[in-house]
Design a protein around this ligand. Structure first.
Ligand code: ZN
Ligand code: ZN
Ligand code: ZN
Length: 341
């Protein structure tokens, strides 16, 4: 994530800030400028070309600070959400706020990397939509299943609750479980669906991740019955990745996003001096030369605060190849089927 500064007083800003805590200026996020900009008391911002933007109408509902093209309208990030908790669902809406925050973080990073996503209204066939479902909305049935199908990502908003998510994390013996991680993983399924369709790309994907036509449910059942295969650590980034080629791809993709974003943040704040990750010819070089030393340092920083490791993973050589592959999809992501819509 970029290091944002207030254009009025130069104070450091968090990506989520709607007001500068130092000078009191109201703020909005301009997706086109990739900057936090001041808005006037009417919530309006005029850009350098004279175009007028308005703060998203969901500011109070979800804390969205992104700018919209019309007054009283919602921004492009909010357009991605197809389903949200009902107005009367107080608990669901509180969880929704946190989920939307993670979603905006995801979209900003995809923009940075050149995977610009469009919503399903603009492109019903290839677009992306989020159903952010609250269990309290499901008439008492506790079964929102996180997943992706044909461009629709379902998120269980209960995962916004720290106590609930920690319970699930411990039960599944996962080293890491966050709302942002869920968004990154699920959008990986969408990216594979969009960008790995045919030809050489698909052949290479199969070589690395395995045959994705393997029966999904049978593999999931096997995983939950038998656990991960012995020695999984030498080929996969996580036990979840061992389940099925689709899950391996999504897990690898999530790590690609974890790594790119964390390097950018560290670099923006002067913790490491490195060119943008997108300027390297080999992503594996970025991982070996920049990420691994940085991750170790950040783990040590966390330990100094008595916290768990920031990056509790080990990257074996086959995962470097898989990361190289997902990073290579940038080219098709920027100039392929998603452009022009
Ligand atoms: Zn300020
Ligand atoms: Zn918005
Ligand atoms: Zn998945």
């Amino acid at each position: 994530m970029k290091a944002y500064r207030c254009r009025v007083c130069d104070n450091t800003l968090y990506f989520e800030n709607s007001v500068c805590v130092s000078c009191g200026t109201a703020l909005g996020f301009s997706r086109s400028e990739r900057a936090i900009v001041p808005v006037d008391p009417q919530g309006r911002y005029v850009d350098a070309s004279g175009l007028v933007w308005w703060i998203c109408r969901n500011l109070n509902l979800s804390g969205c600070t992104w700018l919209a093209t019309v007054t009283g309208g919602q921004c492009a990030a909010c357009d991605l959400t197809r389903t949200r908790p009902a107005d009367g669902d107080v608990e669901g809406l509180e969880q929704f706020r946190l989920a939307e925050q993670a979603k905006r973080h995801l979209v900003a990073e995809l923009d940075t990397l050149g995977f610009r996503v469009v919503d399903k209204v603009a492109d019903p066939e290839n677009g992306l939509a989020f159903d952010l479902l609250s269990t309290s909305d499901q008439s008492g049935e506790d079964n929102v299943v996180i997943g992706h199908a044909d461009g629709v990502i379902t998120i269980d908003l209960a995962e916004s609750d720290d106590a609930y998510r920690e319970k699930v994390r411990a039960r599944l013996a996962e080293p890491y479980r966050t709302m942002l991680g869920h968004f990154r993983h699920e959008v990986g399924h969408y990216i594979e669906w969009q960008l790995v369709r045919d030809g050489e790309t698909q052949a290479r994907c199969r070589e690395l991740f395995g045959d994705e036509s393997t029966d999904y449910q049978a593999e999931i059942d096997r995983h939950y019955a038998e656990g991960p295969p012995a020695g999984w650590e030498s080929e996969y980034i996580s036990t979840y990745a061992t389940m099925h080629p689709f899950e391996d791809f999504a897990e690898t993709w999530a790590h690609y996003l974890h790594i790119c974003d964390t390097i950018e943040t560290a670099s923006e704040y002067g913790l490491t001096a490195v060119a943008p990750v997108t300027s390297f010819a080999s992503f594996a070089d970025v991982v070996r030369g920049v990420w691994i030393p940085l991750a170790v340092a950040l783990n040590m920083v966390n330990r100094s605060m008595g916290k768990d490791d920031l990056y509790p993973f080990v990257i074996p050589p086959p995962v470097l190849d898989k990361l190289e592959f997902v990073a290579s999809l940038r080219e098709s992501g920027t100039s392929g089927r998603q452009s022009g819509t």
